[in-house]
Each structure stands twice: as structure tokens, then as C-alpha cells.
Design a protein around this ligand. Structure first.
Ligand code: KG4
Ligand code: ZN
Length: 332
């Protein structure tokens, strides 16, 4: 069956078709980065309005590319939350209209479940149970995943998300928005020995995260050392985030006795994080799984795939539809 996936939770309009027979996915993505860059972050109302203008042309472009017609689609999936309410409503309204018009079922997908399942799109030998580290612009979660849909949250951030910290430090370093890729690039040229930033909350037991202190520490260093130290600060900041995430993953794996680690969400695109966790899992005799680069950040493919699995277990959304700007992953 072909499932159409629609992602509009933030600043990317993502559309995909998942083919359950071939297990292949095709997708189209429109990023609003240019619109929001001048404001240094996502402006919700501009995001909603832009989704409205892009969503139907993207669906048409994808159908053309895949040589499919709407009549070939047997199910629709959309991101119902968490995210920006206006942006979510655009995807939800489009999904329900299509499903109603075509008389096919529609599934509401949790955005973070989409991220969490994204590595399954490419990894043949990934299986349950595993620990998932979900690191995006809005969330930092360590999750024990015992089966599809069975999520126990082991730790989350008390303040800023990892991606949010990248974005805020990048803004101070005058690197623009989004900050993750820019910091990562700059850090490659940075001297790792010049500064050592704190690894927050690693000196006490537990799996909670906190990145706001590290953000403040970085901002104070920028003020003290000046923007000329930019690359070294980017390096020190990135090393601190990566180390902190690795320490908490190690704890979660040891605590649960699990040997598989899934890392997903926008920050999982970070090359330094990927290297560190790959080395870590090799040293622990375990395995690590990442989505392919284009499915780390927001996309429609992960929503089409998660929606397919939700439809398979009989999940159906009925009218009137609703979106859930706040939606705990462990309530699924
Ligand atoms: O998953 P995502 O696309 O959107 C949310 O669901 O939030 O994640 C976006 C976040 C942004 O904060 C961005 O700076 C970060 O992911 N990001 C990165 C990298 N690429 C994207 N952070 C660090 N290194 C990267 N290469
Ligand atoms: Zn996301």
C-alpha cells in the first residue's frame, strides 16, 4: 500500500509516499529557513502561512515524480503534534480533506515517534528493544523502546533542548539560523584544547539533561574572549554537548542492559556526535543506528512510515480533527 505522509510541525513542509511493498520512500521537502533566518528563529505565523502556500504544490510535485495518482494512495498520515499549533493545523486539515475526499483512512502521528522510527527506513538489521536518544530543536529525550509504540521516557531536558542550545549559541556567534550545521562546520577548525566547557549534570546520577547553563557559559566566554575566538568556542561547546549526550547514553544502556542505540532528530546529523557514539557503541560491543542524513531533520518520510505502522495496527483519526501542540511521547 502507498501511504502519503505530511509533516508541518515547524518550519519544514515535508511530503512523502511510503510504499509498504517495496519498503521504499520518496519525498519532497521545502525548508522555510530563509524566511525565518532574518528573525533568528521560527516566527509561528509566518510558518503557518508558508505551509498553506507550499503544501499542495509539493504533493502534486511528489505525485508527478513518483508517477502516482491520488487514486493510488490508500492511507494518509500527518504530524498531529507536538509543534506549532497553526503549522500543525495546515497539515492536519490537508490530510483530513484528502482522506475524506478519497475515502481512505488517516492516522495522526507523533512527531518524535516519526524521528524515533526514521532509522528503520534504511537499517535492515535494526530491531526492538533499544534506547533512543532523540535530539531536536524542541526536545532532548532518552527513551527505552521495548516495542513499536511502547515508549518509556528515562530522561529529558529540564530547560533548553540540545538543538535549541546549538541555535542560541550560534546566534551569539553571529552564525545565523539554524545554528547546528554552522557550529558543526566551524568547530572543525577549532582548537579542542583552548577551552573546556562544563558537561552539565554529569557529576550526579540520573538521566536528566540541562543545556541552559552551558549556553550561558558559552555566551559569557564569547563576551570575555571576543568573537575572534569563535571557532575555538564552537569546538568547546560542541564537545561539551557531545560528551554530555554520550555519558547519558552510556548510563541508560548500562541501567537497562540494552545493547542497541538509536539516535535521531535534527542534532543526530552532527558528525562529531555520530563519530563519538559510533566509537562508544563499538567499545561497549553494541550497535548504533542513525537515520540517513536527509531524514535526521524534519521530513515527510518519517511521518509516512510511522503513519503506515499506525494504520497497520488499526489506528484511525475521525472528524472533527484536532492537533496537539503538547503531546507527551509516553502517552501513546
Ligand atoms: O528535528 P529538527 O529538524 O526539528 C525539530 O523537531 O526541532 O531539528 C532541528 C534542530 C535545530 O536546532 C538545528 O540547529 C539542529 O537540529 N541541527 C543540528 C545539526 N543539524 C541540525 N545540530 C547540530 N549539528 C548539526 N549538524
Ligand atoms: Zn523534528
Amino acid at each position: 500500500m502507498y501511504v502519503l505522509g505530511i509533516e508541518t510541525s515547524c518550519d519544514e513542509t515535508g511530503i512523502a509516499v511510503y510504499d509498504s511493498n517495496t519498503r521504499q520512500v520518496e519525498h519532497e521537502l521545502y525548508s522555510q529557513v530563509k524566511i525565518h533566518a532574518q528573525y533568528g528563529g521560527v516566527v509561528p505565523e509566518l510558518a503557518s502561512r508558508d505551509h498553506v502556500t507550499k503544501i499542495l504544490p509539493l504533493i502534486q510535485a511528489l505525485l508527478k515524480k513518483t508517477k502516482l495518482s491520488l487514486a493510488d494512495i490508500s492511507g494518509v498520515a500527518y504530524t498531529a503534534g507536538p509543534g506549532l499549533v497553526g503549522a500543525l493545523l495546515v497539515g492536519a486539515a490537508t490530510a483530513h480533506s484528502l482522506a475524506w475526499g478519497l475515502d481512505i483512512p488517516v492516522a495522526a502521528v507523533h512527531h518524535m515517534e516519526g524521528h524515533l522510527l526514521a532509522p528503520f527506513l534504511d537499517s535492515e538489521n535494526l530491531d526492538y528493544p533499544f534506547i533512543a536518544l532523540l535530539v531536536s530543536g524542541g526536545h532532548t529525550l532518552l527513551v527505552e523502546v521495548s516495542a513499536f509504540g511502547c515508549y518509556q521516557i528515562l530522561g529529558e531536558t529540564l530547560d533548553d533542548a540540545a538543538g535549541e542550545a546549538f541555535d542560541k549559541v550560534a546566534k551569539m556567534l553571529e552564525l545565523g539560523y539554524p545554528g547546528g550545521p554552522a557550529i558543526s562546520q566551524l568547530a572543525e577548525r577549532g582548537n579542542a584544547d583552548r577551552f573546556r566547557f562544563p558537561r552539565p549534570m554529569t557529576d550526579r546520577p540520573g538521566l536528566a539533561f540541562s543545556f541552559s547553563g552551558l549556553k550561558t557559559y558559552s555566551i559569557n566566554t564569547i563576551k570575555a574572549e571576543g568573537i575572534a575566538a569563535k571557532a575555538d568556542i564552537a569546538r568547546a561547546f560542541q564537545d561539551a554537548v557531545v560528551d554530555t549526550l554520550a555519558i547519558k547514553c552510556t548510563r541508560a544502556l548500562k541501567m537497562t542492559g540494552l545493547t542497541r542505540l538509536v539516535v535521531a532528530g535534527g542534532v543526530s546529523a552532527n558528525v562529531s556526535l555520530r563519530h563519538k557514539l559510533t566509537r562508544l557503541m563499538a567499545s561497549m560491543g553494541g550497535e548504533v543506528f542513525f537515520p540517513k542524513a536527509e531524514f535526521c531533520t524534519d521530513n515527510g518520510a518519517m511521518i509516512a512510515y510511522a503513519g503506515y505502522l499506525r494504520l497497520q495496527i488499526g489506528q484511525r483519526e475521525s472528524l472533527p480533527f484536532q492537533v496537539r501542540p503538547r503531546w507527551p511521547l509516553d502517552s501513546l
